[in-house]
Design a protein around this ligand. Structure first.
Ligand code: PMP
Length: 278
């Protein structure tokens, strides 16, 4: 297994970062996860543009151009090919004596990347999952894909402790997103999802689903909805790079709709199958 570290491809064992790397001390960095389906990279360019946007929002200067980063990720994928899994990559603001403000511009950002095999959760995608509600205690720039994931970590742990798959976050009554997913509800054959603003990460999968709906003539409304709206919805599903569209059949122990994956959710899942097989 290889790890990309800025210019070098090193073995997993040789890949080491300093204790004063700002990712390690401050969570001061940005990451992305690109899905691999049947040996093919999915939506690589979209992930790269979100990466560039996130880094520019927090003032990290990338060590290479986006084209060079893409080349390096493709080289890594050639060294460590896989059928199903992901490429993980992240950049931190580099290594410097610990002080909160940015280091001098001469300190280079540190880019790392590696690949990992992982299977799609086919059985859960078919059956659907249970979720819990959790208060969204994160900062107000959730549109940035920051390494600072403490709010997300705490929420996912709440879900795990409750025996649930995901925590659906809400600020007051308003549902924002999941701890590592976007959230959709269906009512009268219309799809609702939180607008892409500072309260959520605009998922690449979310954007793909909105494109699919346009193609399938499914009406989409990007607006906020409440926890109550969600509990009363015909269907609920969550989305991310790892799970595509995952039906949610129970929240806080209460069944959603018929308590089974809904028709619109299944139509979206079929679109993903087509996309991956094309
Ligand atoms: N929201 C959050 C908080 C996430 O961590 C993720 C997964 N990275 C998503 C949404 C879904 O994004 P994507 O579809 O790009 O994986």
């Amino acid at each position: 297994a290889y790890v990309l570290m800025n210019d070098d491809f090193v073995s997993r064992e040789a890949a080491r970062v300093d204790i004063e790397d700002r990712g390690y001390q401050f969570g001061d960095g940005i990451y992305e996860v690109v899905r691999v389906h049947g040996g093919k990279l999915f939506k690589m360019d979209e992930h790269l543009s979100r990466f560039v946007r996130s880094t520019s929002e927090i003032g990290i200067t990338l060590p290479f151009s986006v084209e060079t980063i893409k080349d390096k990720l493709l080289q890594l994928f050639e060294l460590d090919p896989l059928e199903d899994g992901m490429i993980y990559f992240q950049v931190t603001r580099g290594t410097a004596p610990r002080i909160h403000h940015f280091p001098e511009p001469s300190v280079p950002a540190r880019l790392i990347a590696y690949t990992k095999t992982s299977a799609r959760p086919a059985q859960l995608q078919q059956q659907g999952v249970q979720c819990v509600f959790a208060e969204d205690i994160r900062w107000l720039r959730c549109d940035i894909k920051s390494l600072n994931l403490l709010g997300n970590v705490m929420a996912k742990q709440q879900a795990k402790t409750a025996g649930a798959y995901e925590a659906i976050l809400h600020r007051g009554e308003m549902v924002t997103e999941g701890s590592s997913t976007n959230v959709f509800i269906v009512n009268n054959e219309t799809l609702y999802t939180h607008p892409a603003n500072n309260f959520i990460l605009n998922g690449i999968t979310r954007m793909t689903i909105l494109e699919m709906c346009a193609k399938l003539n499914i009406k989409v409304v990007e607006s906020t909805f409440t926890t109550q709206d969600l509990l009363e919805a015909d269907e609920v599903f969550i989305s991310s790079t790892n799970i595509d569209a995952m039906p949610v059949i129970q929240v806080d122990g209460r069944p959603i709709g018929s308590g089974k994956p809904g028709a619109l959710t299944k139509a979206i899942q079929r679109e993903f199958e087509q996309l991956f097989n094309s």
